[in-house]
Design a protein around this ligand. Structure first.
Ligand code: MIC
Ligand code: SF4
Length: 752
């Protein structure tokens, strides 16, 4: 559908002028990332910002939120006193639909079970002038790509996979709810000016390789931390050989390498997609200002001079990849995967195959997956394990139903789930394995952290393209390579699959199906939004306490997390998603996935007041009651993964004072700052080893807390010995003001 055409017209009419001013300031050729950032500065830059250093203010064109993060964001926005959002905003109901029996039944159950939350989101959206996409309409990023994303624009979304819109040339960044609240309230959005990594694509994908394999490969190169603080800009003639939705897949999963966002330059594939999705006018407007929507020629010619790092990928020789288990950067070439499965003793039998999600459910994806399924039908093969299909949007679902792909996938054994996140976010009532049971699943999703899909740490989750997932489902085991191995049907015939093929866009146009969009009423600020005080799902927010002006003393170590501690470990999703609007209730999941470095147990530790081993939330509540502050200690890339600010609000709510780690993931670090927590890093990562279970800690230097000035951790051990550690931070002056006020929201409400 065509939204915002007037806004886009206005922006496009100003872009050339704004870009000209940026050129005068920078006086050298510009990357596409710089073009979009400079033309979206809240106030035009007076000095050239330093990449990786300067905090800069931006004015995004749009905000998108999904149901699991929107609740907290809108509860915060409601206390800002604003009547309408200052920029166009949408809410998408996609995370709260539990997959069990299939699309129809699951949707009906969700509409019943989460009625209170959906009603709340719909009425509060209406009140503040926000567009509302009801349950079943589709997954946020797919709906945004189909309807809102446009080349050269900037948006933020309260979901880490917001960068999906980079497939349409939009600079789209995942943020926590508090950042979205700023922008909705008409304030600028602050971001440290990113570094820029250029990925030069040459050649053209062949055979089984697809767009997904580009990002699976890049994840293997850069690892889950390699993109931190950077925007990944793809360029080169190879970029134009990838469809718009394929580009979306690549940008989407850039979240898994910690990138701020990923981006492709405008081209004819984007133009085709805009036209196919009812936005011919946008394509025509974009065609007139292409200079603003692609990097300068000089950049393409000499990328090493303009990007902070350059990665070269030859698409022609790129093999399919399968990444996992437990981390999305554990990349295996398809030709090496079978050996890896055996060598590492990954469970060889494939328990479930799952395709779809916001990452991989475009028309092209489904076409290619179906092309493998058609071969199966022709040769009398079926999936040898359960197979699920999650269409990314109602438009995709209706179109692939009309064009026949859905029934082909059903014929080989597929179960069609609702147009929603489902198993990707642990909204999956799995009946085939018991908790703790070792098993393998293969998905076309993006993330595969422990416990993510089904809350079972025994599940080895692997990520691949949809066509590879379908091929493996036909084999039913992981020691398989469709490029060289054969399958045998019931008649004993030997079958060799041929590489998939498929249309990029539907020949007969998209079928919109039951759209599910509810625009806000014209004059709706009279709408009353009530939250029942007894509700277990929604709770109005109480402001956090302001800092009392002194250094922090007498702190206990609630947890010293060992190894990976993602937001899925800090605030797991799955069954907890239903409490995303109720801070006190959801806090009972706090750190329940974290591995305790002192005891190697998951989710629990010693309550130093009683000596009992208890779940972390219980210990934290006891400390809070006793007015004892606590800290959490962690390792590298702490808080990677999701944008969920609950992972920052829960520790704050349960009396945590500081999170001290070797390094942070970007969104989580900002979320902590926004909620008035101290987000600190060891100057010497080896100081992590100094922390013992019974230590009493002090954080010194807060009375002179200033940008660029480290703090000191004083560690008093149980035997009376004392250690010290230097703590770094990235707070600027305004972020220090949030800390002092107790949270960013307190600070702004006080300033009003
Ligand atoms: C995810 O993919 O982890 C989620 C669920 O979409 C999250 C958002 C959330 O936790 O609500 C994300 O990626 O930000
Ligand atoms: Fe939903 Fe999964 Fe996409 Fe997150 S990654 S938005 S949970 S489909």
């Amino acid at each position: 559908m065509l939204f915002d055409i007037d806004t886009i017209k206005k922006l496009y009419s100003e872009l050339p002028k704004r870009l000209k001013a940026a050129r005068v300031l920078v006086s050298r050729p510009l990357t596409l990332t710089e073009k979009i950032l400079y033309t979206h500065a809240a106030i035009p830059f007076q000095e050239v910002p330093i990449r990786g250093k300067t905090y800069a203010d931006f004015a995004p064109d749009r905000v998108a939120m999904q149901d699991a993060t929107a609740q907290m964001a809108l509860l915060q926005f409601a206390s800002s006193g604003k009547k309408q959002t200052a920029v166009p905003t949408t809410v998408h109901c996609d995370h709260l639909i539990l997959a069990e029996d299939g699309a129809k039944e699951d949707l009906e159950r969700a509409n019943h079970d989460s009625k209170e939350v959906f009603d709340f989101l719909q009425s509060i959206s209406n009140k503040f002038g926000i567009g509302f996409w009801k349950p079943g309409a589709g997954i946020i990023h797919q709906v945004v790509l189909e309807n809102y994303a446009f080349p050269g624009g900037m948006m933020i979304g309260t979901d880490s996979h917001t960068p999906n819109a980079g497939g349409l040339g939009m600079l789209a960044v995942g943020v926590g709810g508090a950042d979205a609240v700023d922008v909705m309230a008409g304030m600028p959005w602050e971001l440290k000016f990113p570094k820029i990594i250029g990925v030069h694509l040459s050649g053209k994908l062949q055979g089984w390789a697809s767009a997904k394999d580009v990002i699976l490969h890049v994840a293997g190169i850069l690892t889950v931390r390699g993109g931190t603080g950077a925007i990944i800009e793809y360029f080169g003639e190879g970029a134009h050989t990838i469809s718009c939705t394929g580009k979306g897949t690549i940008c989407n999963m850039g979240a898994e390498i910690g990138a701020t966002t990923s981006l492709f330059p405008y081209d004819s594939r984007m133009s085709d997609y805009l036209k196919a999705t009812g936005r011919k006018e946008v394509a025509e407007l974009a065609d007139k200002i292409t200079d603003c929507l692609v990097p300068d020629k000089e950049v393409e010619k000499d990328p090493y001079a303009y990007y902070d790092q350059v990665i070269e990928i030859n698409l022609t020789t790129l093999e399919p990849y399968i990444n996992g288990p437990y981390s999305p950067d554990r990349a295996w070439k398809l030709s090496e995967f079978a050996d890896a499965v055996i060598k590492n003793e990954f469970p060889e039998k494939l328990s479930v195959a799952l395709i779809g999600s916001c990452t991989n459910s475009s028309y092209e994806d489904i076409e290619r997956a179906t092309s493998v399924a058609k071969q199966a039908i022709k040769h009398g093969l079926k999936a040898r394990c359960p197979l699920t299909i999650t269409p990314g949007s109602e438009q995709i679902r209706a179109t692939i139903q009309r064009d026949g792909q859905l029934s082909i996938l059903e014929e080989i054994g597929g179960l069609v789930l609702a147009n929603a996140c489902g198993p990707c976010i642990g909204q999956w009532k799995r009946h085939d394995v018991n908790l703790g049971e070792k098993n393998s699943i293969l998905t076309s999703y993006n993330r595969n952290f422990s416990g993510r899909n089904d809350a079972n740490p025994g599940t080895h989750s692997f990520v691949a393209s949809p066509e590879i997932v379908i091929a493996f489902s036909l084999a039913g085991h992981l020691a398989f390579n469709p490029m060289k191995d054969t399958l045998t049907n019931d008649k004993g015939q030997v079958i060799k699959l041929v590489p998939p093929q498929g249309e990029e866009l539907p020949k007969n146009g998209f079928d919109q199906g039951d759209v599910g969009y509810i625009p806000p009423a014209e004059d709706s600020h009279q709408v009353q939004v009530a939250v029942h005080p007894e509700s277990t799902r929604l709770q109005l927010l109480e402001p956090f306490k302001a800092w009392d002006g002194t250094d922090l003393d007498g702190l206990r170590v609630l947890v010293k997390a060992q190894g990976k501690c993602t937001t899925d470990h800090i605030s797991p999703a799955g069954k907890w998603l239903k409490f995303r609007g109720h801070l006190d209730n959801i806090s009972d999941n706090m750190l329940t996935g974290a591995v305790n470095a002192f005891r190697e147990e998951i989710g629990q530790g010693v309550n130093l007041l009683t000596g009992q081993i208890e779940p972390f939330p219980k210990v934290a509540r006891a400390y809070k009651k006793g007015d004892i502050g606590w800290v959490a200690i962690g390792e590298e890339n702490y808080g990677e993964g999701s944008s969920r600010e609950h992972a920052a609000m829960e520790p704050r709510h349960l009396g945590g004072r500081a999170i001290i780690v070797k390094s942070f993931a970007r969104i989580h670090e900002t979320n902590l700052k926004k909620q008035g927590m101290l987000a600190l890093t060891f100057n010497d990562p080896a100081d992590y080893d100094k922390i013992q279970e019974e230590d009493v800690l002090s954080i010194k230097g807060l009375t002179t807390f200033a940008q660029g000035k480290p703090l000191t951790l004083v560690i008093l051990h149980a035997d009376g010995a004392e250690d010290r550690a230097l703590l770094n931070h990235t707070y600027n002056e305004s972020q220090i003001a949030w800390f002092k006020a107790g949270s960013a929201l307190n600070y702004f409400n006080r300033k009003k």
